[in-house]
Design a binder for this molecule. Sequence first.
Ligand SMILES: [Zn+2]
Length: 173
Amino acid sequence: MSEENLKIERIHKGTVIDHIDAGYALTILSLTGLDESPDLMTIGVNVLSKKHGKKDIIKIEGVFLNEIQMQKVSILSPNATISLIDNDDVIEKKKVSIPKVIEKLIVCVNKTCISNSENISGRKEPIDTEFLVLEEKPLKIQCVYCDRIYNLEEITFISKEKIEKRVKQRIQL
Ligand SMILES: [Zn+2]
């Protein structure tokens, strides 16, 4: 599959995620929940790009990414670009960037970490996780509570259900 076959202009309205690190398109789709979208998607894996060797590209008709989804893309593929398309025009194009601190997106698997202490009596709400980004590529992040360091392969994202539960808790407060 060549880059020519995956022209951005082909999408009428929606999102194009380009310059994804080769091999990460399917991971991005599953971790952002986009794989459950009923909308038309075109996925190019290991597409040859003249400038950067191989890359992946995702086009999704009728969907604009939200902030959380964009942050996940930035963590998984720091060189990606996201284009929002409407009426066949690119209305916004941005290069993703990893925040200096990643909040509420990733689980610290250290059982003794205070971010896992939601069952301690008297605490109503779990502590939000927080990770410092030490290096962007290859990714290296550190839990601010227990100092444990993680690379990309070791990251576990907080499940969608848990995020929704927290959003509900905030609304109730
Ligand atoms: Zn921790």
